[in-house]
Structures are given as C-alpha cells and as structure tokens.
Unconditional design. Structure first.
Length: 240
C-alpha cells in the first residue's frame, strides 16, 4: 500500500496543500500527502511545484508503483531531504483542462453507447484534445454531426457528475458499469471508484473530473478514423 495519501481522490478541486517528504532519490520524491494525479486511464499526470525554505522544485511527472507514488522533478532541480515540510501546488490550468477533457470523454462514451451500442476499445487525452476508440462496425450517414450534437446537448443539460467508491461486488451489480470492451479493473481491487454522469453514464474510473457537464464547455468532433474492421476512432477538441 502506498505511503502517500491521495488528496486528489478526496477533493478534485484542491490545488495547494502542505506535506512532509518521506523519501527523495533517483526514482523521485515521495510525500505523505499529495494532490498530484499520477496518470492512468489515458489521463496524463499533473505538473506543478514543491516549495520549501525559499526553494522551488518543479514537478514534471508523477508515477504510481506498487508501494509508493513518486513525484518526478525537472532535471537539475533540488531534492528536499527526508523530513522536510513542503508546500505542494498543482498547475491549475493543466489540471482543470484535463478534468474538462476527461469528463467530455465520458459524455462521448455515454452518447455513443446509448445511441449506437458501441463499447470503448482505447483512448488517450491531452489538455483539451483527445481520442476515443470504439468497436463500431459501421459509421452511419451523419454520424459525426449526430455525435457532436448529442454530446453538446448533454453538456447544456448540466448533468451532475458524482464520484463514489463501492465494494467490488456491489459495483459490478450496476448494469454496464464497464464501458470498455475488456474489463480493466484488476482482480485484486476490492473497492471500485465510480464516476456517474447522472442520467447518462456510469463507469469505473480513477481519474479527475469536473462537477457537472456544463463545466466541460463545448465538444467538437474533429475527425472520425477507420482503425480496422469494426473499429472507429473519434478525435475531439474541448472549447469554451
């Protein structure tokens, strides 16, 4: 079990906090408390800084391991010694953009599943741009426009986005809780984190999200790509 308490899972709006350094070395810096999202599920890790005693260390990566979460400093930036109290700060613009993008992808997933019955086979995102792959046999006429219009209608509805954790058995009783073609929740995970866009989409998910769909902004479907028999890729952009 990681020694770092994941503040990002407690409060997705948190951007600054105090923490103590538990380890610092070639693998990175380990804190007792951290709001840095370490990456996963297609969402990149947060960037930010650690401040202490007038010194700044820029964090350019965050990684999970089986036993710890490591914050990776920019090459050449100083490492705080074990026991140091630091002020952590996540880069707000990047995190907020990724939250909007991630929630936008869940809206896309919910719309394509509801309207076309397709499951997700892959995806990736950067701030305000993303792709998602679906096991969709054929693209009907007007598909691109229909998906974009339906997604933006869901954003305008300002659906609440609720995050909760359920015991594994209870979580898997929810119909269609896994929206990927393959179940990616490891067998040893006993408690499953659920992201629920109320009335549209419920998924097992470990990423960060905005509080309601209107906070995403507007989705533009940039391109539909054929990635082989039965597979389609949707590229999207998130705007104001």
């Amino acid at each position: 079990m990681s020694r770092t308490h994941r503040l990002d899972l407690d409060d997705q709006t948190l951007r600054e906090w105090d923490a103590m350094v538990l380890a610092a070395g070639p693998d990175g810096i380990v804190l007792d408390r951290s709001a840095f999202y370490p990456g996963g599920g297609g969402q990149p890790p947060d960037h930010g800084v650690l401040l202490w005693g007038g010194v700044q260390t820029r964090i350019v990566d965050a990684r999970k391991s089986p036993d710890d979460m490591y914050l990776v400093p920019l090459d050449g930036d100083p490492l705080p010694v074990v026991g140091t109290t630091v002020r952590g700060a996540v880069e707000d613009e990047r995190r907020t953009s990724l939250m909007r993008t991630h929630s936008g992808l869940h809206v896309l997933c919910g719309v394509v599943f509801r309207d076309f019955g397709a499951l997700v086979t892959g995806g990736n995102m950067e701030p305000l741009t993303a792709r998602m792959d679906f096991n969709l046999e054929a693209v009907p006429p007007g598909f691109k426009e229909a998906v974009e219009d339906a997604c933006n209608a869901e954003l305008r509805l300002d659906r609440q986005i609720v995050v909760r954790t359920l015991p594994r058995a209870e979580a898997f009783e929810i119909p269609d809780i896994i929206r990927t073609a393959t179940n990616l929740v490891p067998e040893d995970v006993k408690d499953v984190r659920i992201v629920d866009i109320v009335g549209l989409d419920q998924q097992a998910d470990g990423g960060t999200h905005v509080a309601s769909t209107s906070q995403v902004g507007r989705i533009s479907v940039v391109k539909i790509e054929n990635k082989g028999k039965g597979f389609r890729r949707i590229r999207l952009a998130v705007g104001s």
